[in-house]
Design a protein around this ligand. Structure first.
Ligand code: FPP
Length: 256
């Protein structure tokens, strides 16, 4: 079904709909998150099987941290910790490396310890890099990047007009990875929700009504197959979009 030669390099996912999944079944929200963690595991394994180099999942936003009931935030933290404990061996078996982006230094110390352990244990794996966005916000990432860049410029006595896109890229949390080619959002919402704002400039967007706890490897493959049918233009001209005029100077513009 997939063309191996034009796989995306980087897929980013906004995992949404855990609460609605639980609500539809008259279950407590935490069961939706638990089932969502299962989807994280299965989707990561599919990504590794097809040789996707980068998979970045929005696991916990700054807004989640500030706006959800404390009990739910605490549950999500415990779930993350236990996810790492029970899945690092699978990551080793699947050659998956785990990393994180976000203001992770603000997370509880015992969660950070577990994150560090998982990152160090999987550091030498060479397959898919699974990046979890944790305590992440796109705008705060830019604030952090601009702070870093401003400090560098001060140190090197550089004038503001020397700033390039590349300089900003170097100071983002994602400096070490390519920008996402494909952004998937589950649960049908047409929003970006402060996710990878700089990086998704040219990403193809795929929104599915499916709720995250029902999203499985096969649905990742469907999204990638859809991506492969698209023509990416990066601001250029697509096929079938009109003839190119070789000498635009010849064309008279209609007045008024
Ligand atoms: C949105 O569901 C989902 C999140 C809060 C983030 C994703 C979290 C998980 C998949 C849990 C496990 C993750 C890991 C990495 C172990 P929602 O609660 O906003 O759903 P709703 O909009 O239907 O209420």
């Amino acid at each position: 079904m997939l063309k191996q030669e034009c796989l995306p390099e980087h897929v980013a996912i906004i995992m949404d709909g855990n609460g609605r999944w639980a609500g539809k079944r008259s279950l407590k929200r935490f069961l939706g998150h638990q089932q969502g963690a299962k989807s994280v595991q299965l989707v990561t394994e599919t990504a590794s099987r097809i040789g996707l180099p980068w998979l970045t999942l929005y696991a916990f936003s700054l807004e989640n941290n500030l706006r959800r009931p404390r009990a739910e935030v605490n549950f999500l933290m415990r779930l993350l910790k236990s996810y790492l404990e029970t899945n690092v061996q699978r990551m080793m078996d699947n050659n998956v490396r785990i990393r994180y982006i976000g203001r992770t230094h603000e997370l509880p110390a015992e969660v950070q310890d577990k994150m560090r352990w998982a990152e160090e244990t999987t550091a030498r794996n060479t397959g898919t890099t699974l990046t979890l966005a944790l305590n992440y916000g796109g705008r705060s990432e830019m604030v952090d990047a601009f702070r870093g860049l401003a400090a560098e410029m001060q140190r090197k006595h550089l004038a503001p007009d020397r700033i390039t896109e590349e300089d900003i890229h170097r100071h983002l949390y994602t400096a070490h990875m390519p920008d996402p080619d494909l952004l998937i959002r589950t649960s049908g919402e047409m929003r970006i929700s402060n996710y990878l704002l700089w990086q998704i400039a040219y990403a193809e967007i795929y929104v599915t009504e499916r709720l995250w706890p029902d999203f499985r490897g096969i649905h990742l493959l469907e999204a990638i197959a859809d991506f492969q049918r698209r023509e990416r233009r990066f601001g250029g001209i697509g096929e079938g979009s009109g003839e190119v005029e070789e000498d635009p100077e010849r064309i008279k513009l209609a007045a008024g």
